[in-house]
Design a protein around this ligand. Sequence first.
Ligand code: SF4
Length: 82
Amino acid sequence: MKLETRRDLLKSLAALGLMGFMTTAAFAKGTKKQSAYQDSPKNGETCKNCVHFLSKTNECKLVEGSIASEGWCNLYNDGKAK
Ligand code: SF4
């Protein structure tokens, strides 16, 4: 099969059942160590005020594992332009 376009490539990956793998790998969460996560706030910044925090489950969209609402990591984003 000759792959001439991005669409051709995606069709081929889908046919091989690799789309799920690619999606999972592309959106895999990082570890707490990678993001320098800590269970305490830093300079008044806390997970509960971060756009990535999922308060219902105490999880984060970017960092794996249980996340403390009073925690912090270097991916903190309060959603405000800086
Ligand atoms: S500060 Fe880090 S660990 Fe906490 S919610 Fe934001 S991205 Fe996730």
